[in-house]
Design a protein around this ligand. Sequence first.
Ligand code: ZN
Length: 253
Amino acid sequence: MIADNQESAIDNLGALIEAARVIVPFTGAGISTECGIPDFRSPGGLWTTYQPIAFDEFKASAAMRAESWRRRFAMEAQFSTARPGRGHRALASLHRQGKIPAVITQNIDNLHQVSGFAPEDVIELHGNTTYATCLDCATRYELAWVRERFEADGRAPNCPACGGYVKTATISFGQAMPEQAMRRAEELTAAGDLFLAIGSSLVVWPAAGFPLLAKRHGARLVILNREPTDFDAIADLVIRADIGTALEVFIAF
Ligand SMILES: [Zn+2]
């Protein structure tokens, strides 16, 4: 059902949260927009300005690897100063209260971790842009390490351990989905009795599969998003509102 008034919708959400045993949040870009992180896919977003660099292009060309890092460092001021928003803090509160075992996210901004979730309790479907890894041996590199070398000669550094390419720990277009994260996300969704889709258009695969999976396992489905989604008709509650405003009542600290 689509709530016709926001106050009663938030009351209804509160009742569902109260009654739930295992809440599974699934978050998209909308939870981070109040933190200053752009929604790359939205009209006017970064990906409508720049054609994203696909995984094959990154691997095929030193120029593309350099361009990829140039773009990443151009956004560093936004990412490094972003702090968790009200939505992140509300979910972290429910996590502390034992209602949320882990959060599933499409976001790459690390803000759930900063808000109080342990890294192992954040299931990242699209990876994380706040650090880098070697594509061959998976050694982790900090962005400052990459930046120092990139700024010295304008070239993307390779892994000192094995010579592999070093890339932000994100999942690029054309790159395989992270199998372990996908498996964990599916298991958690199946185990939950309340699935909260927050700030995701639920269009991009695999996001689109989760609301159905949750419903198939008998969970209640809540969709909190500014815009309509394809799954509103099967949701138990649809809240079309600003995410921070809708969730701030659940912040407990
Ligand atoms: Zn390596």
